[in-house]
Ligand binder design. Structure first.
Ligand code: SRM
Ligand code: SF4
Length: 573
């Protein structure tokens, strides 16, 4: 028996009686490795929806059934079923795509997804409003340019993030290659995707179809990210498993390993909380895939499979203890991690505008407000993709880098940018450039309040307050989500708002400027007037009393507006 098989045999999910597990576990186990009845549900023409169990299984295929919440009541009044469509999330490790991939995404966006593309906080694209009958064409279109939606959602290893590094150095290329390898390595291996979406025949296998995942996959989603200090653009402390690149003289030596980050919480449920990852040690770069396997196996085997609200790795770590988890990871690795090496982060934002890489190539980071690519921005980026010879890179802050531009090609790119007004995007205020909102209404089924459609207005109002105190150039991170799930990583924003009800938000203050500290709830379930009043008071005092170079989040804590979380790891409010 190989060591890999021995490790698999220790998997609790293969040995525990299914009746002792939660309903989602039984569903996964009985799904014939994610096939379920998806193919039959797609063929059903009487409804725009798919059956309930398939909705859950299709998440593993990167597809979410949603309905247009703006017209939900109206449809109900008309006795019509909700306006069901699907969201398709592309798997795009590190956010890197070629101009031909961009053009295909643009084409699919126009053909099937309401003339828009959405850049996400995990560096990929979402196509919304795809009708059931267009799903196969969408996925096959993606396949034409070597893209897929595998494991973009579901209880598996999600989209792997990687620092976009505007200086695009050799180090970045090396780390990006590892991020891509980790994504390919950790996604499910079932043939279900190929059979359902590409129409391929099922092939008989001699061994297990899912050597790592077994029949019940992970207890919950599992997120991996690679970061290159001093930028913490991916918010490494929010990942289940983070790799922090340690380099010397531009040469990659290995990675510090961070485990147990996560943002999701539920209001009035103190057993749920955001948590920052702990750094547990250092490994050489050639051990990355082994570390992915070992850490994922520990969570696979010990994660909570009865209560999905407590099934993320962060809770497994807190329940079992960090030392115990570390020892278990090392046992599976067969060696001990070395002590973590020193590193320093300075920001988690994107450097907007033009930069030049080590190799002389030029890169332009464009601010795309809340990742929404639509209208003239979509047209302009299509025109650029038609002439661009380099790459595009989606950043973890929902922005876009037009990357790898030869110096002689820059004037043409700039001309197109000007023609479509893209050159104006980066002229936003420092607050807006550091803002981020999740999708929320009308497509997100979990949204309790607006986010993407509201934050731009609210930022406009806060900008006025900042300008009145001559702080318009002050970079402050502001993040909004339509519910406490935390898709825009709000709990590490200097200012954050999470939706409670239409027009009502919790206000959080005091997150660290480079993602190193959780913020604290200062107002609960309040409307815009109260939020602006509170921010106005703090901003006024910040302008008067800040120390030289002091960040807004640090000031909010020092001045007593947001008490620092002493443990620095999680809070229960
Ligand atoms: Fe998220 C669920 C959108 C990043 C935590 N997230 C959802 C769903 C799929 C709603 C649902 O389950 O029905 C949202 C789809 C809305 C829509 O209409 O598009 C959704 N999440 C997003 C995106 C698109 C936000 C954005 O505006 O960019 C991001 C897509 C990332 C990607 O490309 O994969 C997105 N979600 C995140 C992040 C940030 C991150 O991973 O860095 C988080 C916090 C980190 C974490 O996981 O702890 C996040 N999303 C959640 C949660 C809470 C998980 C938890 O542990 O409690 C949910 C709800 C759930 O899983 O039950 C959720
Ligand atoms: Fe939806 Fe909530 Fe995520 Fe926003 S934070 S996209 S409202 S699940």
């Amino acid at each position: 028996m190989t060591s890999v098989q021995q490790k698999i045999d220790r998997s609790r999910d293969l040995s525990q009686p299914l009746e002792k597990l939660g309903p989602d576990e039984t569903l996964k186990a009985n799904s014939d490795q994610l096939r379920g009845t998806i193919a039959a549900g797609l063929a059903e023409e009487l409804t725009a929806a798919v059956p309930g169990d398939d909705i859950k299984l299709m998440k593993f295929h990167g597809l979410y059934q949603q309905d247009d919440r703006d017209i939900r009541d109206e449809r109900r009044r008309q006795k019509l079923e909700p306006a069901y469509t699907f969201m398709a999330r592309v798997r795009l490790p590190g956010g890197v795509c070629s101009p031909s991939q961009w053009l295909k995404l643009d084409e699919l966006g126009r053909a099937y997804a309401g003339d828009t593309l959405r850049l996400t906080t995990r560096q990929t694209f979402q196509l919304h409003r795809v009708r059931k009958q267009n799903l196969r064409a969408t996925i096959q279109g993606l396949r034409d340019v070597l893209l897929d939606t595998k494991a973009a959602c579901g209880d598996d290893a999600r989209g792997v993030m990687c620092s976009v590094n505007p200086l695009l150095s050799k180090l970045h290329a090396e780390v990006y290659a590892l991020a891509k390898a980790a994504s390919d390595h950790a996604i499910p291996k079932t043939g279900a995707y190929r059979e359902i979406w590409y129409g391929e025949e099922r092939t008989e296998l001699s061994g297990p179809e899912e050597p790592l995942y077994g029949r019940t996959y992970m207890p919950r989603k599992f997120k991996i990210g690679f970061v290159i200090p001093p930028s913490n653009d991916i918010d490494v402390y929010a990942q289940d498993l983070g790799f922090i690149a340690i380099a010397s003289g531009g040469r990659l030596e290995g990675f510090n390993i961070a485990i147990g980050g996560g943002m999701g919480r539920t209001d009035q449920a103190p057993k749920t909380y955001p948590r920052l990852a702990d750094v547990i040690g250092f490994v050489a770069a050639d051990k990355v895939l082994e570390v992915c396997d070992a850490v994922m196996q520990v969570q696979r085997d010990y994660g909570d499979r009865l209560d999905r609200g407590r099934a993320r790795f962060k809770y497994t770590i807190d329940d079992k203890g960090l030392d115990w988890i570390k020892a278990e990871i090392e046992a599976r690795l067969g060696f001990s991690l070395s002590p973590a090496r020193p590193y320093e982060f300075t920001t988690n934002g994107d450097p907007i505008g033009w930069t030049r890489g080590e190799d002389g190539k030029e890169h332009c980071t464009l601010f795309i407000e809340n990742g929404r690519v639509i209208g003239t921005v979509m047209e302009g980026l299509r025109a650029i993709a038609n002439i661009h010879k380099g790459t595009f890179r989606v950043t973890p802050n929902q922005n876009l880098i037009i990357a790898d531009i030869a110096p002689e090609a820059r004037p043409d790119i700039e001309r197109v940018m000007k023609e479509f007004g893209l050159d104006r995007l980066n002229k936003a205020s420092a607050l807006r450039l550091n803002s981020m909102a999740c999708v929320a209404l009308p497509t997100c089924g979990l949204a309790m309040a607006e986010s993407e459609r509201y934050l731009p207005d609210l930022v406009g109002k806060i900008e006025k307050i900042l300008a009145a105190h001559h702080l318009e150039d002050e970079p402050i991170t502001i993040r909004m989500t339509g519910c406490p799930n935390g898709c825009a990583r709000p709990y590490i924003g200097e200012i954050a708002l999470t939706g409670r009800a239409p027009g009502k938000y919790n206000l959080y203050l005091g997150g660290g400027f480079h993602g190193q500290r959780l913020n604290k709830m200062v107002l609960e379930n309040v409307g815009e007037a109260t939020i602006l009043d509170m921010l106005g008071k703090i901003i006024e005092q910040f302008a008067k009393d800040r120390l030289s170079g002091e960040r807004f989040g640090d000031f909010a804590i020092r001045a007593g507006f947001a008490a620092e979380v002493k443990e620095g790891r999680h809070f229960n409010d």
